[in-house]
Ligand binder design. Sequence first.
Ligand code: 2BA
Length: 109
Amino acid sequence: MKLVVAVVQDQDSNRLSTALMKSNFRATKLASTGGFLKSGNTTFMIGTEDTRVDKALEVINQSCRSREQMVAPVSPMGGNADSYIPYPVEVEVGGATVFVLPIEQFHQF
Ligand code: 2BA
């Protein structure tokens, strides 16, 4: 059994939820925050059989897309002004960042 952990953009989370349910995956959604943009994203935990991991990845891939996002400059506020970038910078976020982990044990009590 594997745990598929997928970090996706909030805009894709409803579409992904629906697609996972349609394909008979069980999933848990967690509200999360990206360390770089410090804005909200959604993390899915999907426990599934090894043989269905590829299908889960396909569903995630089809439900999520990448987008450009602007990073607003943050004032150094007494910090090191050398690294301060005074204009917004564009970064490409997502589609999805996915980790596949082995599950040692699975219990439901
Ligand atoms: P954030 O950390 O908010 O990152 C959003 C986007 O900012 C990233 O998109 C990437 O394009 C850019 N970025 C992140 N760190 C950067 C840096 N040090 N320098 C320049 N640009 C940087 P994605 O790579 O698609 O990541 C989307 C979200 O997935 C991340 O949001 C984070 O929540 C998660 N994530 C990505 N890689 C991860 C990892 N190795 N471990 C845990 N979570 C990860």
